[in-house]
Write a protein that binds this ligand. Structure first.
Ligand code: SAH
Ligand code: SF4
Length: 345
């Protein structure tokens, strides 16, 4: 039987060192290989300062995972670009590159599809296929950097998939991402968004990471949250908020709460008051997002006035809340609009 090839772009520097030493080559070669991988080379033959012998050994034992740009859509309204990437097994994921005054930010996917089934989300409606490897998460970034000849400075794990349901690969990806010899984006420039996998949030609280935790709350109580988010039947709102507060206390970082406003569902004054009473006094920030229309979901955003009134109730009670600017809405690049194969938008 053929031995399985090693996904070398998912390996940390010390792991590549072990591999190279096992080939009888000097350890320092590993850093050269690592740098090439994170620059985004597609083949070992592009590693021009590596001996032909070592390139041959690498080719026999390893592969460089890829995310090939299958399609690219540019917004007419802003600099947003939505990418459709084809993975090595023919599956697809989407990612979105956005330009802000402070630099380029990219929203990447962590899974093909998602198991969580939130009713307002296009990804959730498509079902789950598989986890992405650390290298597949990295490749979305290295491809976009090469494609535009830019350096990306901020990453949000808010594309397709539930990052905390792919915990080990996501943690590995974040370690690789911050390596100074690689893409070099530190955790302070990363946000990880979760629908609320409480046991993983508790685990993170102990690990004390430096990234921003974004929690998709979307409702102040179980009655409303359970209507749209099946995960709420496992861990209710109060259990989730207790874990988030523990996370904030242990890391010293404020938790960001995502709240997609859906007309007639979670946008009443009562909801705002209940939310304010539950978040008041904790290290938090609320991101209000007018829900993006996803086919068949039947979810509509509230009026501008309703959104402003909701925000005011929170702010008046000392809970900071901002309304998120929507980028790339003409190319279905906004939250919850990413699908496995949206070639038609
Ligand atoms: N699975 C993770 C991260 C990916 S979803 C999570 O749920 O947090 C990224 C964000 O988009 C989440 O806050 C999610 O709740 C939100 N979202 C999904 N569908 C949306 C929609 N139709 N309109 C606005 N936000 C949506
Ligand atoms: Fe999955 Fe997040 Fe979409 Fe829910 S909102 S289905 S957790 S991707």
């Amino acid at each position: 039987m053929m031995p399985e090839l090693i996904d070398i772009k998912s390996l940390k520097l010390n792991e590549i060192e072990d591999l190279i030493v096992s080939f009888g080559e000097p350890k320092y070669r590993a850093k050269q290989v690592f740098k090439w991988l994170h620059k985004g080379v597609h083949g070992f033959d592009e590693m021009t300062d590596i001996s032909k012998n070592l390139r041959e050994r690498l080719l026999q034992n390893c592969y460089i995972s890829s995310a090939v740009i299958e399609k690219k859509l540019k917004s007419r309204y802003d600099d947003t670009i939505k990418y459709l990437f084809k993975l090595i097994d023919g599956e697809y994921v989407e990612a979105v590159l956005m330009s802000y005054h402070h630099g380029w930010s990219m929203c990447i996917s962590s899974q093909v599809g998602c198991k969580m089934g939130c009713t307002f989300c296009a990804t959730g409606r498509g079902g789950f296929v598989r986890n992405l490897t650390a290298s597949e998460m990295l490749s979305q970034i290295t491809e976009a950097q090469l494609d535009n000849n830019i350096r990306i400075s901020n990453i949000v794990l808010m594309g397709m998939g539930e990052p905390l349901d792919n915990f080990d690969n996501v943690i590995r990806f974040l370690e690789l991402l911050s390596d100074k010899d690689g893409v070099c984006i530190g955790q302070r420039h990363v946000s990880v968004s979760t629908c609320g996998i409480v046991d993983r949030i508790n685990q993170l609280a102990e690990m004390k990471p430096q990234f921003t935790l974004s929690v998709s709350l979307h409702a102040p109580n179980d009655d409303i949250r359970s209507l749209t988010m099946p995960i709420n039947n496992r861990w209710g709102v109060d259990t989730l908020l207790a874990a988030c507060k523990k996370y904030a206390a242990s890391t010293g970082r404020r938790v960001s709460y995502e709240y997609a406003l859906i007309s007639g569902v979670n946008d009443s004054d009562e909801c705002a008051l209940e939310l304010a009473s539950k978040l008041r006094g904790s290290l938090s920030h609320v991101n209000l997002i007018p829900v993006n229309n996803v086919e068949e979901s039947g979810c509509m955003p509230p009026s501008k006035q309703r959104i402003a009134a909701f925000q005011k109730i929170l702010c008046d009670r000392g809970v900071t809340a901002t309304v998120r600017r929507t980028l790339g809405s003409d190319i279905n690049a906004s939250c919850g609009q990413l699908r496995r194969k949206s070639l038609d938008t």
